[in-house]
Design a protein around this ligand. Structure first.
Ligand SMILES: [Zn+2]
Length: 425
């Protein structure tokens, strides 16, 4: 486990004493909401959940007016390097590469606006996101806490040609081990691997494994020995089985799992987490179908059915599932939680999947709950996400986002809202 506060590029904490009164507290652990209590924050850390609506002397007081306060959302599968830029200027084929950092800054801002206070990026171009999180930490641009894998360790594959700077292609146990060490050298917090082909890549097959047991064992052994977790892109059963055998920490996508109750049981037993990324199937099948070949679009429609069936089966088997949006546009991440509810989770389970569950999957101990000792990464919304998960995905209902006690987004910061003065006091 690690502390989010210690992550490279962690945004600075707010200062002083802040009390959030008059709210309903949904603490992120799955229990019922707590009414009429006050969240006390000192220097960006929650110190106490006090009974009643009065704050100690000297605290700046924010009256939440019956709104719900919950942990800031944690997305365990994003790609900040995938930008979905608008159409290039007239007369140009594409934006020049120098535009990319500005687009990443905008994407980071959009995530905060969307209530995401921590994001685990599972594949970026070269080193660009290490620079981004330095910039966030230095307050050059606002953004969430970032856990980074750097480049994806992949066998030589069509995806490696398509996303050449996002993949570190490597073959054989020695070369994949070196590829892992390179990511650690760059500053990665975890290791991401491509155990099967990807649904977004022409001429890749999602069903068979594209790594050998010796390769994946070398990756997991090297990563775990050095204290790094492994996230495995695994869509078809052979790749998932290889990943589970080798002891990876999270299965990304995993849509075929509903066909193997045995593998689901093994994941539940070993505590291997599933990140079902329902939104990416929707992206390829519907939202951005124009950008993908007809074959990939048709395949995504089928796989979307699989992915939904897998969420229901994994829930039945007791497999932990967490939020992973893996999609566009940046900032609409919480729509993944609504999709998880459509697929069979209760709203309360989806809230856990986007807060304490995701924190545990990312091995972060000081975010994901509203509790003493946790960073004050908090989200305040109009309405009750435990009865309507759609509340979290609705821009109009996001009232305040705090990052280590600092106000960073939400309507409470609008120029005409008096709360703004108190927050910035
Ligand atoms: Zn992904």
């Amino acid at each position: 486990m690690m502390r989010a506060a210690d992550l490279d590029g962690a945004p600075p904490s707010g200062e002083g004493d802040l009390a959030l009164t008059g709210g309903r507290i949904v603490d992120g652990t799955g229990g019922p909401a707590r009414e009429g209590a006050t969240v006390l924050i000192h220097d960006g850390v929650v110190t106490e959940i006090a009974d009643g609506a009065t704050a100690p002397a000297g605290y700046r007081v924010i009256d939440l007016g019956g709104r719900t306060v919950l942990p800031g959302l944690i997305d365990a599968h994003v790609h900040l390097s995938s930008l979905g830029l608008p159409s290039p200027p007239r007369g140009e084929l594409a934006y020049e590469a120098n535009v990319r950092p500005y687009a990443q800054a905008a994407a980071s801002r959009a995530m905060l606006d969307g209530g995401i206070t921590t994001a685990r990026d599972l594949g970026s171009n070269g080193r660009e996101l290490f620079a981004l999180r330095r910039a966030i930490g230095a307050q050059l641009c606002p953004g969430p806490r970032l856990l980074l894998c750097g480049q994806i360790v992949s066998p030589t594959s069509p995806g490696g040609r398509l996303f050449s700077s996002m993949y570190r292609q490597a073959d054989g146990p020695d070369e994949v081990r070196k590829a892992v060490r390179e990511q650690i050298q760059q500053g990665a917090d975890l290791v991401k691997i491509m155990t099967t082909g990807a649904l977004t890549v022409p001429r890749e097959a999602v069903e068979p494994a594209q790594m050998t047991p010796a390769e994946i064992e070398a990756i997991v052994e090297e990563s775990h020995r050095q204290g790094f977790r492994v996230a495995s892109h695994a869509e078809g059963l052979p790749g998932i089985e290889l990943s589970v055998d080798a002891g990876v920490d999270t299965i990304e996508h995993g849509e075929a799992l509903h066909r193997s109750p045995k593998l689901l049981d093994r994941m539940a037993e070993r505590g291997i987490v599933l990140v079902p990324t329902l939104s990416v199937f929707e992206l390829v099948a519907e939202i951005q179908s124009c950008c993908f070949t007809p074959m990939l679009v048709e395949q995504a429609k089928r796989l979307r059915e699989d992915a939904h069936a897998t969420v229901a089966a994994a829930r039945e088997a007791g497999v932990t599932m967490v939020m992973g949006y893996d999609s566009h546009p940046h900032g609409a991440n919480a729509s993944e939680l609504a999709r998880m509810v459509e697929a069979g989770l209760s709203a309360a389970e989806a809230v856990v999947a986007g807060t304490s569950g995701a924190a545990a999957a990312c091995a972060l101990e000081d975010v994901g709950r509203v509790a003493p000792g946790q960073l004050a990464d908090l989200l305040v919304v109009d309405g009750d996400p435990l009865s309507d998960i759609g509340v979290l995905a609705d821009d109009a209902r996001r009232w305040l986002v705090l990052l280590a006690g600092r106000p960073v987004a939400g309507r409470a910061l609008d120029a005409n809202d008096p709360t703004r003065e108190v927050l910035h006091g």
